[in-house]
Design a protein around this ligand. Sequence first.
Ligand SMILES: [Zn+2]
Length: 166
Amino acid sequence: MKTGVEYSCDAAVEKLDRFLKAKKLRRTPERYRILEQAMAFPKQFVVDDLVQAMATAAFPVSKSTVYSTVDLLVEAGILRRITAIGNGPARYEKLEDVSHIHLLCEECGKLKLVKDLNFMAYMNARKFAAFTTSYYNLTVYGVCNDCARRIKREKSSNNKIKRTTK
Ligand SMILES: [Zn+2]
């Protein structure tokens, strides 16, 4: 796991180097530290998670610095922004991790990434006319087990109340 993170971080550092040089932007230590922390997240994160991770890593930066850096990382093709559901904050993920099935709970917004090798093999082989695929994103909407249990409990306690008040 550790080596995986380091490897993907090296590739991302090179990508950011090229991007900043091409855009004639400054290669500040903040930008590289934020990149490092962003690459260390095993899955999706929001900007607040990254601000927290920077503070924990004893390299505190302002939220606006994190926002602007994350924007750069999206533009550089290192991260991908996932459109927020409802009023929730935008989530980010590494672009290399996008070919997953996303299971999204409509009750609590919890997101789980799963790999389905058969599905991925099918999608990787799938060619579309006059179109080159970079990545795909399938979101399955439903209810997670925690929420399903909670809903069931609420229903049964509501029924008891109804029965006793009658
Ligand atoms: Zn849920």
